[in-house]
Unconditional design. Structure first.
Lengths: 232, 742
C-alpha cells in the first residue's frame, strides 16, 4: 500500500480545517434542517460523568474554520452519548476531557458494536492532563479481547495520511509524542493523543500554553487522523 | 391433348420476314448473273430448310400436355410417421396406433374400393418401404422426423410419379435439411401432398426437464446459480417432487418443488459456491411424479462449470472529495484479496490524493488520459464529480474503457453526483440512465427504504445473506436520507433498485440500474450515503461487504476471458457440426487489425483431442470454427496461444436430447405448408370420419393438379433437327462447288 501527496497545501491551517471538515462531514449534502435521518458532521461525545463540554470552544472553533474553508454545508455538531441510536449514523466521533472516567457496560457494548461496523473515534486529552488518556487506555482496552491501546511508531501510515509527519516534539518535555490507538480486526478504530491535541489544532494552545503538541503539529496530526479515518 | 407453344414468339415473328428477305436477295443476285433458274431454286430451297429450322429453335418450341398417363395406373404413396413423438399416448392409444387404425380400417379399404394401388412407407430419420405386417409391427422409436427427406426418397424410388403422397404424421418435424429436395421432388412430379394430422393440438401430458443452465466459468468463492428449466404440459395437479443437485456425482442439495397443474415452463435453481478450482459437473434430477398417463422426459440434465481463480480485480475509485462511502467500501473489500481498490480524490483545486497506487508514477497527473493508464483497472467508480472534472478526451477514454476494453463503470452518489450538468455528455451515453434536464431542489427528500425490483430479487448479485431470503435481507437496511434524481432508463438497461414512492420518467424513481455497453457494463447507484447500511446499529456487516464484492465482480467480470468462445443457437447433439465463434477482445496494447496465431482445440472427457485447428484471431473480429462430436459427452473447447498456453476454455455438454418431444402438440401448420406448396391438402385425423369422402378429396386434388399444372416439354433440340440443318447446308455447299458458283 502506498499513499502519495501530490501537492502540499499552502495554507495549512485552512487546509487542515477543510479536510477535517470533510472528514467530519458525515453527509456531504447534510442540511440545516432537523431531519432525524440526516447525519451530523461530527458526534461530540458525552460520556460517563463528562458532559461533552471540555474545552467547550473546540467544536465551535472548528465549525467556524470549516465554514470558511469549505463550500459544503455542514450541520451543527451534535452531542451524543455512546448509547444514543444516532451514534450509528455518525462515522466519526470526537471525545476529549481532562479527567479520569469509567465507561459502563452499556457504553462498552455500544462502542463494540460501533467499532465493529466501521465507526471511528478521535480522543484527545485536554491540556496535557494525564487523567483522561490514562482512563482511555484502560477503558478501551476492555472493549475487545487481546486488544490494547498501543502507541504508533512514526512509520505508521497515519503520520503520512495527508501531511508527512516524521516526529512530533513535546513542548514541555524532551520526548517525542506518539499517537496511540486501538485496533479491531486489523482496522484502526480509535486514535488517542494524550498531549492536548484538541488544544493545539483548535485553540492555538491558548489553554495549554507551552505544553503538549505545537499548534502546527497539532493541525497536521488532526488532518492526518481525519484523512486516515476517511480512507481506511 | 398436346399443344405446341413458343416460349420466345418474337423469334419466329421477326425471323420469318428476315428469312424471306435473305432468301429473296440470295435468289435475285444469281439470277441477275445468269444462273439457271432451276439451280437457283434448288439452292434457295436448301437454304430455306436450314433457316426455318434455326428460326424454329430460336423461338423455343414447347409441347404442353395435360396428362401423359391415365391416373388409374398410378399408385398412392402412404407415408406413416414412426418417430418418437408418435409414441405419445392420447385417449389411451399412441398416435402411431391411431394412424395405423385409420389406415387399416378406413383409408386402405377406401382406396381398394376405388381400385387405386397403394404403396406404404415408414419414415422417421429415413424412409423404408413397408407391407401390412411391417406397418402393424413397427414401433414409433425414431429419434428424428425428416419429412422432406422421406418425400424425396419415396418419389425417387419409382420412376412413375404417384397419384399423391399421403402422410400420416403429427407434423412434429425436426430435420429440415432435405426440405428443398422433398419440395422439388413434389413439384417436378406434380404430386399433391396430403397431410393427415394425428394427435391433439395441445399436446400430450408431459413433465420434462428441458435443460440445466450454469455459467461456464465462475470465480472461486462466488455465488452462482445452477438452474433447471422445467416444463409441464396438460397436467392435472401433481404431487410435490424432489429436485436434487449433484456435484460431480454426489448429491449436494435437494429441494421440494410443487409443480401445480396445467401447462407452464419455469425455472428452479440452486445457489452454489465453489472454493476449489477445476471443472465441476452439476446435474439436476427429479423422481418422476406418479400420475397416470403422464409422460416424463429427461429426468436428469447437467452442466459444467469451470471454477477458476480470478485475476486481480483493480478498482479505480475517483471522487470529487473525500467521502465516507470510499472508506466503507474499502472496509468491505478488505477481506477479499482478489479485489484491490485504488483511490483518486480531489482534495482541492490543485491537489489530488492517491491511495493504493502500485508505482510512484501511476495516476500522477490525475485521472487517466491514455488507454495504457486505464487498462490495468477493471472497474472505474465515479462519485461526487462534475463534467468539469474530465476533459472530453477523458470521457471518451471512459467510453473506450467500457465499450471496447470491457471495463466496468459505476457512478455512485446522490444529488451532488446525479445532476443536469452531465446531460448530453459522453459519459451519459454510456450509462444506463439519462440525466434530468433540470436539477431538482435539494433537501426535500424524505427518509426512504430502497426497494428491490423483481429481477433483483432473483439475481445472485443481491443475494447477500445465506440464512434468509434476498427480500428479507434487504428489508433490514436502514432508512436513507437522500438520493440522486436520474432521468429515464435506456432501452436494454435493467433497473435493480427503486424508490418506494417517488416517481420519475420511467415509473418509480431509479436508484440502481445497469446495462451492457459494448464489451463492458455500466451501472449507477443513486442512493446517497449507502455506507449507512454498514454502520447501522442492527445491520449485518457481512451483507454490506458481500454486496460490494459481488457488485464489483458483476461490473468488472474478473473471470472474463481474453477470447470469447460462443456457440450459435443450435442443437448440441452428437454427429452434427457444432458451430463455434471465437472473438478476441480488444486490449489496450493491441495493434488494430493485427492478427495473432492461435489454435482452437476440442478435447473429450478422456482429454483426447477430437478437433484441432490453427487460426488467426484479429482483435474484435468473429472467427468461425466447428467440430463434429461423434458421441455424447462433455467436450472442452480451448484456445491456445503460440506458446501452447490455454487462453480461453469452455465446456460443452453434447447430448442427444429428445427433440421429438420438445413440442408435443400436433403441428398442422407444417402439413398445411407442404400441402400448399404442392397443391395438396392438410386435414386433421378426426376430420377423416368418412374415408370415401377423403379419397374423393384426394382424387379431386389430383385432378386439379393435372389441370392446373400441365406438362411442358421442349422440342426440336434433337439429332433429326441437327441432321436437317447440317444436311441442307452441306448439300447446298456441295452443289455450289459442283456448279462453280461463288
Amino acid at each position: 500500500m502506498k499513499i502519495c501527496l501530490l501537492s502540499r497545501p499552502r495554507f495549512l491551517a485552512g487546509r487542515v480545517c477543510a479536510i477535517l471538515a470533510t472528514a467530519l462531514l458525515l453527509a456531504p449534502g447534510a442540511q440545516d434542517n432537523a431531519d432525524p435521518s440526516t447525519t451530523f458532521f461530527m458526534g461530540r461525545i458525552r460520556y460517563s460523568q463528562n458532559d461533552g463540554n471540555d474545552c467547550g470552544g473546540v467544536g465551535q472553533e472548528l465549525m467556524k474554520l470549516v465554514s470558511q474553508a469549505s463550500t459544503i454545508k455542514v450541520q451543527q455538531e451534535k452531542v451524543l452519548r455512546f448509547t444514543d441510536p444516532e451514534l450509528y449514523e455518525t462515522p466519526f466521533l470526537f471525545m476529549n476531557g481532562h479527567n479520569d472516567f469509567v465507561l459502563n457496560a452499556e457504553e462498552l457494548e455500544a462502542l463494540r458494536r460501533y467499532f465493529s461496523r466501521g465507526g471511528f473515534l478521535l480522543a484527545s486529552g485536554c491540556c496535557t492532563n494525564p487523567g483522561f488518556p490514562k482512563a482511555c487506555r484502560r477503558e478501551f482496552a476492555r472493549l475487545f479481547a487481546n486488544e490494547q491501546v498501543v502507541s504508533f511508531p512514526y512509520d505508521h501510515p497515519i503520520y503520512r495520511a495527508f501531511s508527512v509527519v516524521t516526529s512530533v516534539r513535546c513542548l514541555h518535555e524532551k520526548k517525542d509524542i506518539h499517537l496511540e490507538g486501538l485496533f479491531y480486526q486489523g482496522n484502526l478504530v480509535m486514535v488517542l493523543c494524550e498531549e492536548g491535541l484538541c488544544c493545539a489544532f483548535s485553540m492555538e494552545n491558548r489553554c495549554n500554553v507551552g505544553k503538549g503538541v505545537s499548534p502546527e503539529d497539532g493541525k497536521k496530526l488532526a488532518l492526518n487522523i481525519a484523512v486516515y479515518a476517511l480512507t481506511h | 391433348m398436346s399443344t405446341l407453344v413458343f416460349d420466345f414468339p418474337l423469334g419466329w415473328q421477326a425471323g420469318l420476314p428476315l428469312v424471306a428477305l435473305v432468301l429473296g436477295l440470295a435468289a435475285w443476285l444469281p439470277m441477275r448473273r445468269g444462273v439457271p433458274k432451276r439451280r437457283v431454286a434448288i439452292q434457295t430451297g436448301l437454304r430455306l430448310i436450314a433457316l426455318l429450322a434455326l428460326v424454329f429453335l430460336v423461338s423455343k418450341p414447347m409441347w404442353v400436355a395435360t396428362e401423359r398417363k391415365p391416373p388409374g395406373q398410378r399408385p398412392v404413396l402412404l407415408l406413416v410417421d414412426r418417430s418418437e413423438s408418435m409414441s405419445l399416448k392420447e385417449n389411451d392409444r399412441t398416435r402411431y396406433r391411431q394412424a395405423y387404425d385409420l389406415l387399416r380400417d378406413h383409408l386402405l379399404p377406401a382406396f381398394k374400393a376405388d381400385h387405386t394401388p397403394v404403396r406404404a412407407w415408414l419414415f422417421a430419420e429415413e424412409a423404408t418401404q413397408a407391407d401390412g405386417p411391417q406397418l402393424g409391427a413397427a414401433e414409433p422409436t425414431g429419434k428424428r422426423t425428416n419429412l422432406g427427406g422421406a418425400l424425396a426418397r419415396v418419389l425417387a424410388a419409382d420412376p412413375n410419379p404417384p397419384l399423391a403422397v399421403v402422410a400420416l404424421t403429427d407434423g412434429i418435424v425436426n430435420e429440415n435439411g432435405e426440405n428443398a429436395r422433398g419440395l422439388a421432388a413434389l413439384v417436378e412430379s406434380r404430386t399433391p401432398f396430403i397431410g393427415i394430422g394425428l394427435g391433439s393440438d395441445a399436446g400430450a401430458r408431459l413433465f420434462a426437464l428441458r435443460s440445466v443452465d450454469a455459467p461456464p466459468v465462475v470465480a472461486t468463492n462466488t455465488i452462482f446459480q445452477v438452474a433447471a428449466q422445467l416444463e409441464m404440459v396438460n397436467c392435472e395437479e401433481l404431487e410435490p417432487l424432489d429436485l436434487s443437485l449433484m456435484r460431480d456425482g454426489r448429491m449436494v442439495q435437494r429441494k421440494k418443488v410443487s409443480p401445480g397443474s396445467g401447462s407452464r415452463y419455469w425455472q428452479e435453481s440452486f445457489e452454489v459456491t465453489e472454493s476449489l478450482e477445476g471443472l465441476h459437473r452439476y446435474s439436476i434430477q427429479f423422481l418422476p411424479p406418479a400420475a397416470p398417463g403422464l409422460q416424463c422426459l429427461n429426468s436428469q440434465g447437467s452442466a459444467s462449470v469451470q471454477v477458476a481463480s480470478e485475476k486481480e480485480l483493480r478498482v479505480l475509485y475517483v471522487q470529487g472529495a473525500l467521502t465516507w462511502e470510499y472508506k466503507f467500501i474499502g472496509l468491505a473489500l478488505k477481506g477479499d484479496p482478489a479485489i484491490k481498490i485504488t483511490g483518486l480524490t480531489r482534495t482541492s483545486k490543485q491537489s489530488i490524493f492517491r491511495q493504493n497506487i502500485e508505482t510512484d508514477g501511476e495516476l500522477k497527473l490525475g485521472f487517466p488520459v491514455s488507454t495504457e493508464e486505464i487498462a490495468p483497472f477493471r472497474v472505474v467508480v465515479l462519485s461526487n464529480l462534475t463534467p468539469l472534472d474530465f476533459t472530453p478526451a477523458q470521457q471518451e477514454l471512459l467510453a473506450h474503457f467500457c465499450g471496447d476494453l470491457g471495463g466496468g463503470v459505476l457512478m455512485i452518489g446522490g444529488p451532488a453526483t446525479f445532476n443536469s450538468t452531465w446531460r448530453g455528455t459522453r459519459l451519459e451515453q454510456l450509462l444506463p440512465v439519462t440525466f434530468p434536464a433540470n436539477s431538482e431542489a435539494l433537501g426535500l427528500d424524505r427518509p426512504f427504504r430502497v426497494q428491490l425490483t423483481e429481477e433483483a430479487l432473483q439475481h445472485p448479485l443481491f443475494r447477500v445473506a445465506s440464512d434468509r431470503s434476498t427480500a428479507a435481507a434487504w428489508s433490514q437496511l436502514p432508512l436513507f436520507a437522500q438520493y440522486g434524481r436520474v432521468g429515464s432508463l435506456k432501452p436494454g438497461a435493467q433497473v435493480w433498485l427503486e424508490h418506494p414512492e417517488d416517481r420519475g420518467p420511467s415509473g418509480k424513481r431509479i436508484l440502481m440500474a445497469s446495462q451492457r455497453y459494448g464489451a463492458g457494463i455500466s451501472a449507477v447507484i443513486a442512493v446517497q450515503n449507502l455506507w449507512r447500511w454498514r454502520l447501522a446499529r442492527d445491520s449485518d456487516v457481512q451483507q454490506y461487504d458481500r454486496f460490494w464484492r459481488q457488485l464489483f465482480r458483476f461490473v468488472g467480470e474478473p473471470v472474463r476471458q481474453d477470447i470469447m468462445i460462443s456457440l450459435a443457437d443450435q442443437d448440441l447433439r452428437p454427429n452434427t457440426d457444432i458451430q463455434v465463434a471465437l472473438q478476441r477482445r480488444v486490449k489496450a496494447l493491441d495493434t488494430p487489425g493485427l492478427p495473432a496465431a492461435y489454435r482452437f482445440q476440442v478435447e473429450d472427457e478422456s482429454k483426447a483431442v477430437v478437433a484441432s485447428q490453427a487460426l488467426e484471431l484479429p482483435p474484435g473480429r468473429l472467427v468461425a470454427s466447428s467440430f463434429h462430436p461423434a458421441a455424447e459427452g462433455l467436450f472442452t473447447l480451448k484456445v491456445l496461444d503460440a506458446y501452447q498456453a490455454v487462453v480461453a476454455s469452455r465446456t460443452v455438454d453434447i447430448r442427444d436430447l429428445h427433440p421429438e418431444l420438445q413440442q408435443t402438440g400436433r403441428n398442422m401448420e407444417i402439413l398445411a405448408q407442404w400441402a400448399h406448396a404442392s397443391g395438396g391438402l392438410a386435414v386433421k385425423a378426426e376430420e377423416c370420419g368418412n374415408p370415401a369422402a377423403l379419397v374423393a378429396q384426394i382424387k379431386a386434388k389430383v385432378e386439379q393438379v393435372r389441370r392446373t399444372h400441365p406438362v411442358r416439354e421442349p422440342i426440336g433440340v434433337n439429332a433429326w433437327m441437327m441432321l436437317a440443318v447440317l444436311g441442307s447446308l452441306g448439300t447446298e455447299w456441295c452443289l455450289r462447288k459442283k456448279w462453280n458458283l461463288s
